[in-house]
Design a protein around this ligand. Structure first.
Ligand code: NCD
Length: 307
């Protein structure tokens, strides 16, 4: 595999292989010195045109744990402010001799363009509303770790599906791994056309909650909304927020998940986020191991540098 751009490019066997590889990097993460020499001499660049806490730090931690060198490009301090195009930026970074670029951009498709302009491996760290493949890998890994397998599991994805690249990647990964997915949202927060999405749709969270093995919540992505899609956040919370009362409708072993950043008190009650079955911390921890597995798959097969 040269690039990781989309979950659509992977089949169930690829996902299982990545999960198995992740198991071995979870083990590395538990060692007193959680570091292996596997990617010595390789350079991984994060090229983030959009804000990020988890994804960027997670990729950088993953690269460092594998002994790769890392470079961070942050738009606010770069020549992008002086009008440099993505292409010129990529060609500049390329000339420094690099092996992988992790790209996040607010426009869908930018990682595919970047892949045309570089000989390095490109990893999609989130492109617009489109895809966020490593998030889906770490989410499906976390479910597998907690519940054994996704086969036959029922997963509700709740909230602002329309603007969510996480939802798009998760639906693909979860269903490829044998889960059944129900999207729960007001009509205004669903994509206008769900043709070809292998999902059920509901507008009634109370009715769905007792039946699910996983309740996956999304943030209201207000920075992507150009119009008011819900009357008010309070009303959204009243109908679709995982309040304490609603969370008690879940079966005792159902998981509560969220990709972060959470807006406590909007899509999830602050105290529900602390429940033992809320696995957000596991998601973040597994995110590092998943990204180590991805970097390994893309970069380690070329053999040791300089030997
Ligand atoms: C998400 C993103 O940026 O796509 N966060 C993440 O990467 N964990 C989701 C969000 O912004 O709500």
């Amino acid at each position: 595999m040269k690039h990781l751009l989309s979950i659509a490019d992977l089949d169930a066997d690829d996902l299982h292989e990545l999960h198995r590889l992740t198991d071995s990097f979870v083990e590395v993460g538990q060692r007193p010195i959680p570091k292996v020499p596997t990617l010595r001499g390789r350079t991984v660049v994060s090229l983030f045109y959009e804000d990020s806490t988890r994804t960027r730090l997670s990729f950088e931690t993953a690269a460092k744990r594998m002994s790769a060198d890392t470079m961070t490009f942050s738009v606010s301090t770069s020549s992008v402010k002086k009008g440099e195009s993505v292409r010129d930026t990529v060609e500049t970074i390329e000339a420094m001799g690099i092996h992988a670029i992790v790209v996040r951009h607010s426009s869908a498709g930018v990682p595919w363009q970047v892949a045309q302009w570089t000989s390095a491996s490109v990893i999609n760290g989130g492109d617009g509303w489109h895809e966020h493949p490593t998030q889906a890998l770490l989410d499906s890994y976390t479910i597998r770790q907690r519940l054994g397998s996704l086969v036959g599991r029922h997963i509700a994805i709740v909230g602002d599906i329309k603007h969510s690249r996480v939802a798009r990647s998760d639906v693909l990964a979860f269903t490829k791994l044998g889960a059944e997915v129900t999207l729960v949202a007001p009509p205004t927060l669903l994509p206008p056309n769900l043709d070809g999405w292998p999902v059920n749709v509901s507008h009634d969270l109370d009715a769905v909650l007792p039946k699910v093995d996983v309740c996956y919540l999304l943030r209201m992505q207000r920075e992507r909304m150009t119009e008011a899609l819900v009357p008010s956040l309070r009303e959204y919370t009243a109908l679709y927020g995982l309040t304490r009362r609603r969370a008690s409708l879940l079966s005792t072993d159902a998981l509560i998940m969220h990709p972060g950043p959470m807006n406590r008190g909007v899509e999830i009650a602050g105290e529900v986020a602390e429940w033992p079955n809320a696995v957000m911390v596991d998601q973040v921890r597994n995110g590092v191991a998943v990204r180590m597995a991805v970097l390994f798959l893309l970069l380690a097969s070329e053999g040791p540098v300089g030997e």
